[in-house]
Design a protein around this ligand. Structure first.
Ligand SMILES: Nc1ncnc2c1ncn2[C@@H]1O[C@H](COP(=O)(O)OP(=O)(O)O)[C@@H](O)[C@H]1O
Ligand SMILES: [Mg+2]
Length: 474
């Protein structure tokens, strides 16, 4: 049973909606046509049978009553006339005949011979006034009624009522109902086809659009045909495609920026290495060379006073070289960031900027309490501060700048502001080598944080950076 259920469900599930709906409509119409036809036929046949039996009896009685006198005066012609009249007045009467008490046929309505066996098929029992038998013949059913004439002393009248003509009518009626069923089926199928077309058209469109989106074509839009649920689905689908297209564009733009940033970082690294190599070659190695030559000369000098003076000069050169190397190392990566932590490194960088530029820099760092952050966060915040300060020095033309860094509740917040010329945020184009601000945002977002920029022309610029630091102390 269950197996049959699943098999049936498989078949129903496999055909498309159009066939499902048409199948339902057709099935219902045919079921209804057949039921109505069968019911009407059964009822009609029952009623007609009853009617024919009654007719057979009443005609039989009538003939018996009217034939009594004719038999008594032996008027065979009159009897014959009576039977003929009865037949013409009642089209359902198939035959009529009269027998005398000895069961000899007096008159009958059969033109071409009396059928064999008919005489014995029915008779009144002694004492009965009449009796009806149903005869099944080649022509159909016949209600044969035998009525005694003059209590049987004058013979018996027999009337056969056939259902042939009524059956023709019944068949015509059945045919009409069947025809109506077929017509209604055709109308139903047409209506179902139109309905399913209306229903499935937007669904097929949705399928097509979904496939196009899967191939990466986001230009697809579905036409809204109606204001029903499918219309709402269409709107939702269009909105979804639009959102996907937007997301795709944003992703492409981000990817482009990231590539640009990586390229920028790589070329900046190369530039830096080239500069350091040149600096090492130009100053450090040259001073070291002169130091080597000086030391060789020193061993050849006899005069102690001159030796001391020369040694003093060489010491000065060595000290200079040491300074240079130290400076280079600091530029590469301030060891103070690793050794002493973020606050100390930023303080040193700010002090350096104050010394070298005409800029008033306010610095406040709170909430650190000698606790270290993770190296990534420390490096990111140091480079962010460095880049922001460089931008202020290079672009802002500011009188004062302020740096405020606060650590609290599992986040570090940095606010870097200046009172300089400001810039138009909508026009700050991160491409074309201007990657400083993009780099700040990228560093913050890589650590799960974010950057907010506020800038106004002639008022200055503020950068707000927020970076989470998982639970605090490291
Ligand atoms: N503090 C600031 N004051 C004024 N303009 C700024 C400031 N910071 C950035 N800008 C503007 O934003 C642009 C982009 O900055 P950035 O991404 O760091 O690139 P770059 O410094 O290489 O030009 C700068 O060219 C400058 O016009
Ligand atoms: Mg910059």
């Amino acid at each position: 049973m269950y197996l049959w259920g699943t098999r049936l469900w498989k078949i129903i599930g496999a055909v498309n909606i159009r066939i499902k709906i048409m199948g339902i409509v057709l099935g219902l119409v045919i079921l209804m046509g057949v039921t109505v036809t069968l019911q009407v036929r059964a009822n009609l046949i029952r009623t007609l049978d009853q009617l024919l039996e009654e007719q057979s009896v009443s005609i039989g009685r009538d003939v018996a009553a009217r034939s009594t006198d004719l038999i008594l005066i032996n008027n065979l012609y009159g009897l014959h006339q009576l039977l003929e009249d009865t037949r013409t007045n009642n089209p359902n009467v198939r035959y009529a005949f009269i027998v005398d008490p000895q069961n000899h046929i007096l008159v009958h309505t059969f033109g071409d011979g009396f059928p064999a066996g008919l005489l014995e098929a029915n008779a009144t029992d002694s004492g009965d006034h009449h009796r009806t038998a149903i005869l099944h013949t080649d022509e159909g059913q016949i209600w044969d009624t035998a009525v005694s004439i003059f209590e049987g002393r004058a013979g018996t009248a027999r009337i056969g009522v056939s259902d042939a003509s009524l059956r023709v009518m019944l068949d015509a009626l059945t045919g009409q109902i069947m025809l109506t069923t077929v017509l209604v089926s055709i109308i139903g199928i047409t209506a179902a086809a139109a309905l399913t077309w209306l229903l499935t058209r937007p669904i097929l469109q949705l399928v097509g659009a979904a496939q196009a989106v899967e191939r990466g074509d986001f230009r697809q839009r579905i036409i809204r045909w109606a204001n029903d649920e499918i219309g709402e689905l269409t709107d939702a689908f269009n909105a979804m495609i639009a959102a996907l297209a937007r997301a795709q564009d944003e992703r492409a733009e981000r990817d482009l920026l990231r590539i640009e940033y990586v390229k920028g970082v790589i070329s900046a690294q190369e530039d830096e290495r080239r500069r350091i190599a040149r600096e090492l070659h130009d100053s450090t190695s040259q001073t070291l060379t002169s130091l080597v030559i000086g030391l060789r000369q020193l061993s050849e000098i006899d005069n102690p006073a001159e030796t001391r003076q020369r040694a003093e000069e060489l010491r000065a050169i060595a000290a200079q070289t040491l300074d240079d190397v130290h400076g280079l190392a600091l530029q590469l990566r301030p060891s103070v960031l690793d050794d002493l932590g973020l606050p100390a490194a930023i303080q040193r960088h700010v002090a350096d900027c104050r010394r070298r530029h005409q800029l008033d820099i306010d610095l406040a760092i709170t909430g650190f309490d000698d606790e270290r952050l993770s190296p990534e966060v420390e490096t990111a915040l140091y480079r962010i501060t460095q880049e922001a300060l460089t931008n202020i020095l290079r672009h802002a033309h500011a009188q004062t700048a302020s740096i405020f860094i606060e650590r609290s509740n599992g986040t570090v917040r940095a606010v870097i502001e200046d009172d300089g010329i400001g810039f138009d945020l909508t026009q700050s184009e991160p491409l074309d080598g201007h990657l400083g601000l993009y780099g700040i945002r990228e560093r913050a977002e890589l650590l799960g944080g974010k950057l907010t920029i506020e800038s106004e022309r002639a008022r200055g610029t503020s950068l707000y950076i927020e970076i989470p630091i998982d639970g605090g102390s490291q």
